[in-house]
Design a protein around this ligand. Structure first.
Ligand SMILES: [Cu+2]
Length: 85
């Protein structure tokens, strides 16, 4: 399982919620449609703010208001038709 978690605190004195950015490795994406499908499913997870997909490396970076569970991410990627590495 290759999951990198990096916590980014946006503390600019406004009491903003922290933004969590996590990178996941997805197997099977080959083109922009694949990326769009994965992005669409992940965006549907509660709290997700932004999803970036790099098709050549299979790296998917998700920013969210709270840390995502691996189960949620795995389910979303399954729904899109791909596999979490
Ligand atoms: Cu494709």
């Amino acid at each position: 399982m290759s999951t990198n978690t990096e916590i980014t605190s946006s503390t600019n004195g406004q009491g903003n919620a922290n933004e969590v950015t996590e990178a996941f490795q997805v197997i099977g994406m080959t083109c922009g449609h694949c990326a769009g499908a994965v992005k669409g499913e992940l965006t549907g997870i509660s709290g997700v703010l932004d999803v970036r997909v790099d098709v050549p490396t299979g790296q998917v970076t998700v920013s969210s208001t709270t840390p995502l569970t691996t189960a949620d991410v795995r389910t979303a990627i399954d729904e899109a038709g791909y596999q979490l590495a």
